[in-house]
Write a protein that binds this ligand. Structure first.
Ligand SMILES: Cc1cc2nc3c(=O)[nH]c(=O)nc-3n(C[C@H](O)[C@H](O)[C@H](O)COP(=O)(O)OP(=O)(O)OC[C@H]3O[C@@H](n4cnc5c(N)ncnc54)[C@H](O)[C@@H]3O)c2cc1C
Length: 511
């Protein structure tokens, strides 16, 4: 069996920023399911929220984060996020990230929904994540002590007497192998693929959360999925994200009758919190298509400011300057995840988590736009710092380590996964109620018998999605209130006490 000091599952912003810290303390293995270029991080468009304008900006960033989270934000974690954010972003700049700047060299900042100031840094207009991923990867590739393995699927955690001792990997050749480590970090990102409509890439199947849950780790707030209000809505086209920054730069939403509807719903109109905008679009959508209208924004060069979005739209014969852009909500960001403290420690010894796979409670019931890249950066580093202190045995107890050939036919797996994703969209989507959630639960139960049981990437993903879907539906049923991204039409009001849901070993509790 191979031995490392540290294993990091995931090569997005959380995983790679952790690797930078870990490399100074021991041998690190970082694995990704596809190439290092494929992660939610790489698709991030709008930017990274950071309060670089001094103490007033920091306290306003904290206030905005807490307000967006609808009573459920862990204020201590949010304070760490906004206070450490500027230092971490300076580091990111030092590692070679090129954010957009004004002619004089000053960093350009934009504004997004529910931010009280313009504090979002962006790169190449609307390709912020791609630039961060490029710079981080290049920097990490130059570090000693680091092995980067792409196209390597983490199958499960190795657990010995309640402590995580390493991981089981499925390599490019289809071989299973065990790797021991003093400490393991899950930085495997979100799970948008659990829904039929999502802005997330194919790698976002929540593997790390599912394997941590299987191993006995507590997962938290899994009913809170943020639906981005404005994904491209054309039949046969992908749900490509129409960044919130479009609205930050002046785009408005109009209904089928050509009327703006957001000013009547929220004082911040189109820049209201995401859940408010997403529900409004869903309701308006019952009467016909909803459009993003940027035709009135003439003071900026839209193609230069949004090159990626403009190029995508051009492929469908549309332009931001001249056309109405059809939009509808899509699953975008998981607020819940593996329950951790601000140091990234999970409820299992030897297991750490950071980024979208983790839940520090920093986003509460609803994430503030552009806070998640910052989250990955800040908590990735903090988790790495606490892993360095971990005194684990590094899988040595299992030194024999079996190596077996994986496999199994993938026939019928895509259909099975599509069925699961449709059930989740229909029954545990933006608007939920007890009857729908129970119907979803029954339909998921009915799929169990037919669950793929082989050991291929797709079959492992199918089982992980199934595990997460079950936890999400049960948590959503248990939360008999509406808060943030979780809207129960049978309990439309917020409950009197804000509590986190925790699922552990098949049991749901609120604390
Ligand atoms: C279209 C889009 C636009 C966005 N825009 C913004 C924005 O403007 N600002 C912002 O702050 N946030 C934005 N977000 C959210 C943000 O990008 C993510 O929350 C964040 O990048 C997550 O980082 P991460 O490091 O936790 O995970 P990711 O970047 O998703 O990385 C996960 C990694 O884990 C790997 N992995 C997964 N499963 C396995 C496995 N079984 N074995 C091995 N490796 C595995 C993947 O291959 C990948 O390398 C956006 C998200 C999307 C999808």
């Amino acid at each position: 069996m191979e031995l490392f000091d540290f294993v990091v599952v995931g090569g997005g912003i959380a995983g790679l920023s952790a690797v930078v810290r870990l490399a100074g303390a021991g041998r690190v293995l970082c694995v990704t399911k596809e190439s290092f270029a494929e992660s939610n991080t790489a698709y991030a468009q709008g930017g990274i929220a950071v309060a670089m304008g001094g103490s007033e900006d920091v306290s306003l960033h904290l206030a905005d984060t807490i307000a967006a989270g609808d009573g459920l934000v862990n204020a201590a974690a949010a304070k760490v996020l906004v206070e450490q954010g500027p230092r971490r972003v300076e580091e990111l700049l030092g590692w070679g990230t090129e954010f957009d700047r004004a002619v004089g060299g000053e960093l350009l900042r934009t504004r997004e929904g529910a931010h009280s100031l313009s504090r979002i840094l962006h790169a190449n207009g609307d390709a912020t994540g791609r630039e961060i991923a490029r710079a981080l990867l290049k920097y990490v590739q130059g570090l000693k002590n680091v092995e980067l393995r792409d196209w390597t699927v983490t199958v499960d955690l190795m657990v010995e007497k309640g402590r995580v001792e390493g991981v089981v990997l499925l390599d490019k050749a289809g071989t299973l192998a065990r790797v021991g480590a003093r400490a393991v970090m899950i930085a495997s990102g979100g799970a948008g693929q659990v829904y039929s409509d999502t802005t997330n890439p194919a790698v976002a199947t929540g593997d790390g959360i599912a394997m941590a849950y299987r191993a006995g780790a507590a997962v938290e707030d899994m009913e809170f999925y943020q639906f981005h209000p404005t994904a491209f809505a054309m039949d046969g086209a992908p749900r490509f994200l129409m960044s919130e920054a479009l609205r930050g730069e002046g785009a408005v939403l109009i209904n089928a009758a050509g009327e703006r509807f957001m000013p009547a719903i929220h004082p911040m109109a189109e820049l209201a919190p995401r859940d408010v905008v997403a529900r409004a679009i869903t309701r308006e959508g019952l009467n016909g298509p909803v459009y993003l209208d940027m035709r009135g924004v003439t003071e900026i060069d839209l193609k230069a400011r949004f090159p990626g979005i403009s190029a995508f739209l051009a492929g469908y014969g549309l332009s931001l300057a001249k056309d109405l852009i059809p939009v509808r909500p899509a699953a975008h960001y998981l607020m819940g995840g593996i329950k951790t403290d601000v140091w990234g420690k999970s409820s299992l010894q030897g297991l750490y988590a950071a980024g979208e796979a983790a839940c520090t409670g920093v986003h509460g019931a609803n994430r503030l736009a552009s806070n998640s890249l910052l989250e990955g950066l800040v908590f990735g580093v903090l988790a790495a710092e606490s892993m360095v202190k971990e005194q684990g045995s590094g899988g040595k107890v299992e030194a024999a380590g079996e190596v077996v050939k994986a496999g199994g036919s993938d026939e019928g797996v895509e259909e099975w996964i599509a069925e699961l994703r449709a059930i989740m969209w229909e029954n545990a989507g933006l608007l939920r109620d007890s009857a729908g959630l129970k119907r979803g639960q029954a339909r998921l139960d009915g799929m169990f018998r037919r669950m793929p049981r082989g050991v291929t990437r797709r079959q492992l993903e199918a089982r992980n999605l199934y595990a997460l879907a079950g936890v999400m539906v049960e948590s959503a049923l248990g939360r008999e209130e509406s808060r943030g991204a979780h809207f129960r039409s049978d309990f439309p009001e917020k409950g009197p006490i804000a509590r986190h849901s925790v699922m552990e070993r098949g049991r749901l509790r609120f604390e």
